[in-house]
Design a protein around this ligand. Structure first.
Ligand SMILES: O=C(O)C1=C[C@@H](OP(=O)(O)O)[C@@H](O)[C@H](O)C1
Ligand SMILES: C=C(OP(=O)(O)O)C(=O)O
Length: 449
């Protein structure tokens, strides 16, 4: 089932070369944060390039429920923030749909204000673990009551006298880090988050942009981030860069579809996000960075991906996992078309995303004729070489946009194409995926009725 309606079965067939320019939408992580920090600032924040995918739209609706006024004029989003500590108590349940980032960051943002809010989501989100966020929020003085196993629906009672927190994250998660930092905004004094492995740092960068005092130090313990609480956040004008996690799909498709040459302009290459591109280049991908520059304090380049007939399997180092965590599904589609084995280790987190992504990809790849081995925190794909994946099957997308898109990309190179039972979830992060890929020359269709 799609998150908000009837399933949309989709098929991608093997087709001629993919060529042209792929203008992918705005970054999902940055879009959520722009809305939440805009809601916590005093005055009007404007945002251009916001990803208008369902996950982000659900966060916008949630911010309205907490009292922010949000309107769109043309392509610009205007957010009238209520200030740190100014959130109102929502009158209804907050539905975050399919979005782990949305629900976890918003729980953090409200946890140090004395209000009560109840959160829910779709069947996928309601299976995902929330204790990783509610455990540190309890240290601030917030309380959480949810379903067994720390699942949604869940009610958070915000702390009435919050205290600052020092917290070492037990899992590599930018969502956990960000929830703690956002909660720290409402607590007096210094809140400290320590992460052993650096995860995406958009919250730290954006908090600093809004005028909060945030200091990051790399130490022997790991990355130590110190935030000074109760700032007055100054409204900003934010231009959201394009999403490298969405760019991954046209890039990977171009590498495996014969004769392709695709330009994906203006992609953020923040090192905490760019692990996939490094990995693809190590596999022998013809992937170049053109027009490298800095925009809004972030490294940016145009990516040019060309058909790469000599891709080889590699071992992806576990320390790279955080910088490409959402890209393993599509990497496995490329690995299936490479020569040799691609081994991915240190990736336990993949099991608690919108689906168990190791299981979802392993089952679908095996059905498509590709050998996959797996353990709790690793998996390995034995490539069948260029043009060697039989395909020709329908696989489950499991309410997971990245699973759906990864199998459709594989279908573009597989001998007999690939189908997914439901492409509906794609709209959570990449609502223009179908027309964008079709404009490049992909054969992608909905199987109505
Ligand atoms: O903070 C974020 O914006 C995100 C963090 C990652 O999740 P985890 O924090 O669970 O690793 C990532 O998978 C997700 O798509 C977006
Ligand atoms: C894991 C993802 O998102 P979230 O955790 O926000 O649902 C993703 O977009 O791949």
């Amino acid at each position: 089932m799609s998150s908000h309606g009837t399933p949309i079965p989709m098929t991608a067939h093997r087709a001629g070369p993919l060529t042209g320019t792929a203008e992918v939408p705005g970054d999902k992580s940055i879009s959520h944060r722009a809305l939440i920090l805009g809601a916590l600032a005093v005055g009007e924040t404007t945002v251009t390039g916001l990803l208008e995918g369902q996950d982000v739209l659900d966060t916008a609706k949630a911010m309205q429920a907490f009292g922010a006024e949000i309107e769109t004029r043309g392509d610009t989003w205007h957010i009238h923030g209520v200030g740190v500590g100014g959130f109102a108590e929502p009158e209804t349940v907050i539905d975050c749909g399919n979005s782990g980032t949305g629900v976890r960051l918003i729980m953090g943002a409200m946890a140090t204000t004395p209000i009560i809010a109840t959160f829910t989501g779709d069947a996928s989100l309601n299976r995902r673990p929330m204790a990783r966020v509610t455990d540190p929020l309890a240290l601030f003085g917030a309380r959480a009551v949810g379903r067994s196993g720390g699942r949604l629906p869940m009610t958070i009672v915000g702390a009435s006298e919050p205290v600052p927190v020092r917290y070492a994250t037990p899992v590599p998660s930018a969502q956990v880090k960000s929830a703690v930092l956002l909660a720290g905004l409402g607590a007096p004094g210094e809140t400290v988050v320590i992460e052993r492995e650096a995860t995406r740092d958009h919250s730290e960068r954006m908090l600093a942009g809004f005028g909060a005092q945030v200091v990051t130090e790399d130490t022997r313990e790991g990355r130590v981030i110190t935030l000074t609480g109760q700032p007055e956040l100054r409204p900003q004008s934010i231009a959201v860069p394009r999403d490298p996690s969405s760019a991954a799909f046209p890039v990977c498709a171009a590498l495996i579809v014969e004769g392709s040459d695709v330009l994906v302009p203006n992609i953020g290459l923040n090192p905490t996000r760019a692990g996939l591109f490094t990995t693809l280049r190590e596999m022998g991908a013809d992937l170049t960075y053109e027009n490298e520059r800095e925009e809004g304090g972030e490294p940016v380049a145009d990516l040019r991906a060309r058909f790469s007939p000599d891709l080889r399997g590699i071992e992806v180092p576990p320390e790279r996992a955080a910088s490409m965590i959402d890209e393993y599904p599509v990497l496995s589609a490329v690995a299936a078309c490479a020569d040799g084995r691609t081994l991915m280790t240190g990736v336990k987190e993949l099991r608690v995303k919108e689906s168990d992504r190791i299981d979802a990809m392993a089952q679908g790849l095996r059905a498509a004729g590709v050998e996959v081995q797996e353990g709790e925190d690793w998996w390995a794909v034995t490539g069948r070489g260029q043009g060697g994946v039989p395909g020709g099957v329908t696989v489950e997308s499991r309410l997971d946009h990245r699973i759906a898109m990864s199998f459709l990309v594989l279908g573009m190179a597989a001998q007999r194409g690939m189908s997914v039972d439901d492409g509906g979830p794609i709209a959570t992060s990449f609502p223009i995926f179908e027309p964008l890929m079709a404009a490049l020359g992909a054969q992608i269709q909905r199987n109505e009725g």
